[in-house]
Design a protein around this ligand. Structure first.
Ligand code: ASP
Length: 327
């Protein structure tokens, strides 16, 4: 049988990190080539044709909107090549949840696009990178991975790029999907899908055409006694603000007053929650005039990604509200 051809786009992160031999902490992310990680996966090049593309070598905290645009365009170009069957993106775990959602909205292909990374550097004892990369390659080769949206693979578990979140900053099983579970599991190279996202992605996304720049959106974290000045300051240089509210997307009367005044001047607000479980719906008490858009199940950082893209097309609140329901 003809070998599948997978492009690996390396962006850095701990999977390409190195430090003191054997140690799991105090290392530098993005310092070695993914080629070295591949070398520790037995026979991989005998089974799969791999093209390796070292796009960035950075800690994922250096991934910003400019790099997102470059990455999305790069993946779209690779996906257009007929002989490429799937794409794996190696990425730092810290901001993987934002990049995976951005790509889920902007990549225009049915072909599998799978993000993976590692919690331990390549030089650690029992580094988790090689196994995650191995499974991500197998997932990208698998027929059932087509048209599922951007995927992420970590610790035998298949996640949706829309819903994956980093939930542990220490353990190697660091990801989850809130109460939405996961899309499936892997046992070595075997793929077992059980569910799929019902939200719009990739080939059906209204954001999958070339984008030159995205809009500035900030996140305002609400805490007891938080000064409403935070909102006025942020509104001076951002078109949109995502509120990471308490509970179900809540805040003080002072924040409500600021939201009302700033909305009048054109700032677009999204209400999300600093709580990682649950859903944020429209609310008569905290948003009596329906000025805010509810994030639904999106975390503040994912809601920011969607609002940045939505603002490239419209400033109409009702249209953006609809986008938040669909994506
Ligand atoms: N700081 C690293 C990064 O996000 C953490 C990791 O990859 O696990 O690049």
């Amino acid at each position: 049988m003809k070998k599948k051809k997978i492009a690996i786009v390396a962006t850095g992160g701990t999977i390409a990190g190195s430090g003191a031999a054997g140690k799991t902490t105090n290392y530098e992310a993005g310092t070695i080539s993914v080629d070295e990680v591949l070398a520790s996966i037995p026979d991989i090049r005998d089974r799969v044709e791999i093209v390796l593309d070292n796009l960035f070598s950075v800690d994922s905290n250096e991934i910003d909107d400019q790099r997102w645009l470059i990455l999305a365009e790069h993946i779209n170009k690779l996906a257009d090549q007929q002989d490429i069957d799937g794409i794996v993106v190696t990425h730092g775990t810290d901001t993987m949840e934002e990049t995976s959602y951005f790509l889920n909205l902007t990549v225009n292909t049915l072909k599998p696009v799978v993000l993976t990374g590692a919690m331990r550097p390549a030089t650690a004892t029992s580094a988790d990178g090689p196994f995650n990369l191995y499974q991500a390659i197998c997932l990208a080769c698998h027929g059932e991975s087509y048209n599922r949206g951007v995927l992420a693979l970590f610790s035998n578990t298949i996640y949706s790029g829309r819903d994956i979140e980093k939930v542990n900053n220490f353990k190697i099983d660091a990801f989850d999907q809130r109460s939405l579970g996961c899309l499936g599991y892997m046992q070595d190279q075997e793929v077992y899908f059980y569910t799929q996202t019902s939200k719009i992605h990739t080939i059906k996304s209204r954001f999958n055409k070339r984008i030159d720049s995205i809009k500035s959106v900030a996140i305002a974290f609400y805490y007891s006694g938080a000064d409403a000045k935070i909102l006025y300051d942020l509104a001076s240089d951002h078109e949109g603000i995502v509120i990471a509210g308490s509970g179900s997307g809540n805040y003080s009367q002072a924040w409500l007053k600021a939201i009302e005044e700033l909305s009048e001047k054109g700032t677009i607000f999204v209400r999300s929650s600093r709580i990682s479980q649950g859903i944020v719906f429209d609310d008569e008490i905290f948003d009596p005039h329906h000025l805010c858009i509810s994030s639904n199940t999106l975390s503040p950082q994912k809601a920011r990604v969607l609002l940045m893209l939505a603002l490239t097309q419209t400033h109409d609140r009702d249209e953006i509200r609809e986008i938040f329901l669909q994506y």
